[in-house]
Design a protein around this ligand. Structure first.
Ligand code: COA
Length: 180
């Protein structure tokens, strides 16, 4: 899916990605075990061509919005956030994100991006509910979603095998009107 205009948050621009946004740096993020330890992409070899094809497929899809997170101050690409797939019948959608540039971790950018996409999903796309699933040990992700006004909805036991240990899947959700 494409958007009419990028999403703007206090410090970020969230915009549709293009082929030209993918280069060695982008692939190095998605190949970094520290970045991907709680992401399913760690099971796939990442290539420039594959990443570009994924962007084209997302941009052509009718149910997913795949956006780059860019620092407003320097127009630097620091990560991606995806809204989708969306179920238009039930007006629901999933959110997933990655901040690939580890220097930018812990500065509140995930919280800000989740807030921005949550507002867009409810305000512009008129969705009713958003969901996200995460590994129990992913404390940074859990805190970012909760700070953005989401709630914990459930736990699926031993759902993921990560670094030789089973981890519960934590289901988070946000209903239009929950977030401040
Ligand atoms: C998880 C991730 C998105 C968090 O992004 P971020 O921009 O660092 O998050 P924020 O700065 O908005 O942090 C939100 C809160 O979590 C805390 N936090 C961030 N990383 C943390 C970590 N590794 N451990 C514990 N707390 C952490 C922050 O200090 C902040 O807490 P506070 O403001 O309540 O004190 C980022 O680390 C990342 O992209 N990781 C790799 C991919 C991934 O796991 N994606 C999520 C899949 S569901």
């Amino acid at each position: 899916m494409l958007m009419d205009a990028p999403i703007e948050t206090p410090r970020l621009i969230l915009r549709t990605l293009r082929s030209g946004d993918v280069g060695e740096k982008y692939i190095s993020w998605l190949s970094d075990p520290e970045v991907t330890r709680y992401l399913e992409i760690r099971f796939t070899v990442q290539t420039i061509q594959g990443a570009r094809e994924f962007i084209s497929a997302m941009n052509a899809s009718e149910d997913s919005l795949f956006l780059g997170m860019f620092l407003k101050s320097r127009a630097t690409h620091i990560g991606n956030i995806k809204l989708g797939p969306m179920d238009w019948h039930h007006r629901r959608g999933d959110i997933g994100l990655v901040i690939g540039d580890k220097v930018q971790w812990g500065k509140g950018y995930a919280t800000e991006a989740i807030r921005g996409v949550t507002d867009y999903a409810f305000g512009v796309l008129e969705l009713h509910k958003l969901s996200a699933g995460l590994y129990d040990a992913n404390e940074g992700s859990r805190r970012a979603f909760l700070k953005a006004g989401w709630f914990e909805e459930g736990r699926r036991r031993d759902h993921w095998l990560s670094e030789g240990k089973w981890q519960d899947d934590i289901q988070l959700g946000c209903i239009n009107g929950d977030a401040p």
